[in-house]
Design a protein around this ligand. Structure first.
Ligand code: PLP
Length: 475
């Protein structure tokens, strides 16, 4: 007989164990030998291995394989809002794993975690009538693309298929969602975007507002430009939907100018399009309200969320639809005998059980109120960075922010991209025990929502050291 995994005789298999002795592990070599990491420069990784080997988490902190502590200034990937050691979530997952570790929801099957979570979500988003579950933001946004097309086919509007997103938007990485994303690197050589997806301008006043133009005037210009694009693309007959993150996240933490959403919503309405609100980052308190839509006065037809929904402990995302959309899906499903869309992991009971516990924690600990309480302190301190010689703009809202590093503060001239100034800030921050993410030369901050004022001070003091180091380096 042979060992089923290696094909070797059992004795040989024992001599060459697949799992190496912990003490002998050269983790850097192993990491670069087998793993193809996501969103990474593979050529650098092949030589240097990982940039950080994370081993433990506690509250807002993570620890590397040498025991060094870091403040997680990005909540992982904008998602671990309740921090890295929430025992109640571990208990909820364990309990569910013991009771019913998996069951699917195809063909009208049900289990408590999914139906209870759906109810809980509609309670906090009462404008929506139904929730569909997926595993990632990308899957949720691919679902939305299909839903928009299906919806218009159901309404016998076969030409109404064009979906508008924005340059610098991030909506995910799968074929549909990756097309909605408006970041060139995510398209290059992946043959994206697919047809029927268009990108209008990125609403960043600091970068693209004109000399002497007010925020409101800039918003009007953007709305007019969008309307022109819609008209050129066939107007109401062909244009189906507009998708937007309330605050653009991975594109650089960009809060649109005043009056922008009111003006954009008027156009979306005028051409009978759907408003898709991507709250994968902004949902669950990040901007200081449960939804970014509340903070920025957006009225969605479809809302997508993920990340903080389960505190990222397990993959989960949701697509919430207003009743007018849902009823059309019902009609079409009558025609075909099924709404033929769903994932094996849709409404995974363990992920849903964790998310239900997350919702309870939000309520019991008044997390949104906590955000409102610490936000004035966060911004008072953060605004002082406007005085730093490297910082051109400090922007954001609630507990999400970015500092844009520039070569010349007066002219806003950017550094040569090849210099990698933003990456350097992130690197120095890491040496000072702080994880931030550079989006080009903008340094993003998105700390766990449980952060205290004292921890905010510590985070910003580490960031300040990193900026000072970078200033020396760049001279
Ligand atoms: N939408 C937004 C706004 C995001 O920020 C992200 C991920 O960062 C996604 C969608 C995609 O989510 P996922 O990475 O879970 O596919």
């Amino acid at each position: 007989t042979t060992d089923s995994a290696t094909g070797a005789a059992p004795s040989q298999a024992r001599q060459k164990p697949l799992i190496r002795d912990e003490k002998k592990r050269d983790s850097k070599t192993i990491a670069r030998s087998y793993h193809l990491p996501p969103t990474t420069n593979l050529s650098t990784h092949d030589i240097t291995g990982p940039t950080l080997h994370v081993q433990k988490g506690n509250g807002i902190y993570i620890y590397d394989d040498e025991g060094k502590e870091y403040i997680e200034g990005m909540s992982g990937l904008w998602n671990v809002s309740l921090g890295f050691s929430e025992k109640r979530l571990v208990e909820a997952a364990t309990k569910q794993l013991n009771e019913l570790p998996y069951y699917h929801l195809f063909s009208a099957k049900a289990h408590d975690p999914a139906i209870d979570l759906a109810e809980g979500l509609i309670k906090i988003a009462p404008w929506a009538s139904k929730v569909f579950f997926a595993n990632s933001g990308s899957e949720a946004n691919d679902t939305v693309v299909k839903m928009v097309w299906y919806y218009n086919n159901a309404l016998d509007r076969p030409k109404k298929k064009k979906i508008f997103s924005r340059i610098k938007a991030y909506h995910g990485i799968a074929v549909g969602s990756g097309s909605l994303t408006g970041i060139p690197k995510n398209h290059a050589d992946f043959d994206l975007p697919i047809k029927n997806i268009y990108h209008t301008s990125c609403p960043h006043y600091y970068r693209y507002g004109r000399e002497g133009e007010s925020e409101e005037e800039y918003a009007t210009r953007l709305a007019e430009e969008f309307e022109k694009m819609v008209v050129e693309q066939g107007g109401a007959e062909e244009c189906a939907a507009f998708i937007a993150e309330p605050v653009l996240g991975a594109g650089g933490v960009i809060v649109p100018p005043k009056t922008y959403y009111a003006k954009m919503q008027a156009i979306v309405k005028k051409y009978d399009m759907l408003w898709i609100d991507d709250e994968v980052i902004c949902g669950f308190g990040r901007l200081g309200d449960m939804w970014g839509a509340e903070t920025l006065d957006i009225k969605p037809d479809i809302l997508v969320s993920s990340k903080a929904i389960s505190n990222a402990y397990l993959p989960l995302s949701c697509v919430m639809v207003a009743d007018n959309v849902y009823q059309v899906l019902v009609t079409q499903s009558k025609k075909h005998g099924v709404f033929a869309h769903g994932f094996t992991g849709s409404g995974h009971p363990v992920a849903c059980a964790v998310a239900l516990e997350v919702l309870k924690i939000y309520e019991e600990r008044a997390i949104v109120q906590h955000v409102k309480d610490v936000v004035p302190h966060f911004w008072e301190k953060l605004k002082t960075f406007e005085g730093h010689p490297l910082v051109g703009e400090v922007r954001g809202i609630g507990l999400i922010a970015a500092l844009e590093c520039v070569k010349d503060k007066a002219t806003k001239e950017a550094f040569d991209a090849g210099l990698g100034v933003g990456a350097k800030v992130a690197e120095f921050a890491q040496t000072h025990g702080l994880i931030v993410r550079n989006l080009g030369d903008s340094i993003a901050l998105c700390p766990p929502l449980i952060i205290t004022e004292a921890q905010i001070d510590e985070l910003l003091s580490r960031l300040s050291k990193a900026l000072d180091d970078t200033l020396e380096w760049v001279k």
